[in-house]
Design a protein around this ligand. Structure first.
Ligand SMILES: O[C@H]1[C@H](O)[C@@H](O)[C@H](O)[C@@H](O)[C@H]1O
Ligand SMILES: [Fe+2]
Ligand SMILES: [Fe+2]
Length: 306
């Protein structure tokens, strides 16, 4: 099945720019009309990894352990193991509910239950892109891979599940959060892995690049193995939404191919909602549930193998 996608207009002036509203005086208005809050629930800028806050130390320690342990060999083993999808059988919605048990230690902006985050992201994007139902569903499922933290999924440590992701098998880019800890990663001094392209080649396409292991790649594998009928942009969003070095800093573009370039535009749309919809405003789960159940039915089998 092919799903026609109407491309959003990229690069158009935001409403705030048009109306000449200085960004620091008001909430920023994005192209879809979505209001970007100036600060997170802790009164800090979003994704400020150095600002003093109750979460700063824990988050930095998370990245230290993450950067030391995410090696090429580790990722290879994980992809093989989890590509089998032989651990659990359940529906997408059951997984959404399971996610309530999960706490993400890598996130400086969020300490709400994860299901809130899924629905806040999905509802915000639905408001601005009412006709792209695949995008609403993508938002709902994008973080489901965090169930890897739970016992029936192998109870992986936080460093192997959450946080920003990055390629392994080539040099770690300086734009990656808390980059300094990579010096302790065993791949850092390995000549096969520490050059600009490493084991890859220019323009090879991200599909051929191994990313640090976590909830993104896992959920991508689950969607693919269970024959989800979502468009390629949806799978790309799920797979690379934590790859901030690429979609925020523009690093690693030399590894992308043409299809990646097209999909990246949608990922950048999605990211605003993923990041800035994090707030204390609760979504009425029971009220929106029937809509999301209908989308799940459209794009996924009733039970999936995880
Ligand atoms: O802390 C966050 C969180 O774990 C998100 O789910 C992930 O997508 C982000 O990239 C990460 O920085
Ligand atoms: Fe995520
Ligand atoms: Fe998210």
């Amino acid at each position: 099945m092919t799903i026609p996608i109407t491309q959003p207009e990229f690069g158009v002036e935001t409403e705030a720019e048009e109306k000449n509203i200085p960004a620091n005086e008001t909430e920023l208005i994005l192209d879809g009309g979505f209001l970007v809050p100036e600060t997170n629930s802790f009164g800090q800028n979003f994704r400020d990894y150095d600002a003093e806050s109750v979460r700063q130390e824990g988050v930095e320690n998370f990245y230290r352990v993450n950067h030391i342990n995410q090696t090429f060999d580790f990722v290879k083993r994980m992809r093989e193991e989890y590509g089998k999808v032989d651990k659990v059988e359940m529906s997408i919605w059951e997984c959404c509910e399971l996610l309530n048990e999960v706490v993400d230690e890598s996130d400086p902006d969020l300490d709400e239950p994860q299901i809130e985050h899924l629905l806040q992201t999905a509802e915000a994007i639905r408001k601005d892109y009412p006709n792209e139902d695949w995008l609403h569903l993508t938002a709902l499922i994008h973080d489901l891979g965090k169930v890897l933290l739970l016992p029936s999924f192998g109870e992986l440590p936080q460093w192997a599940v959450v946080g920003d992701t990055f390629p392994v098998g080539c040099a770690f880019d300086e734009s990656i959060v808390h980059h300094k800890y990579f010096t302790q990663n065993e791949d850092y001094n390995n000549a096969a892995y520490n050059t600009k392209c490493g084991v890859y080649s220019e323009g090879c396409g991200l599909n051929n690049v191994m990313m640090s292991w976590g909830h993104d790649d896992y959920m991508y594998l689950v969607a693919k193995e269970n024959n989800a009928t979502l468009p390629s942009a949806a799978l790309f969003i799920v797979r690379y939404h934590s790859f901030y070095a690429l979609h925020k800093s523009g690093a690693y573009k030399h590894l992308m191919n043409e299809e990646d370039n097209e999909n990246l535009k949608w990922l950048q749309v999605f990211n605003k909602y993923d990041l800035y919809s994090k707030s204390k405003v609760r979504v009425d789960v029971e009220k929106v549930k029937p809509y999301y159940l209908s989308l799940i039915q459209k794009y996924f089998p009733g039970k999936l193998r995880w």
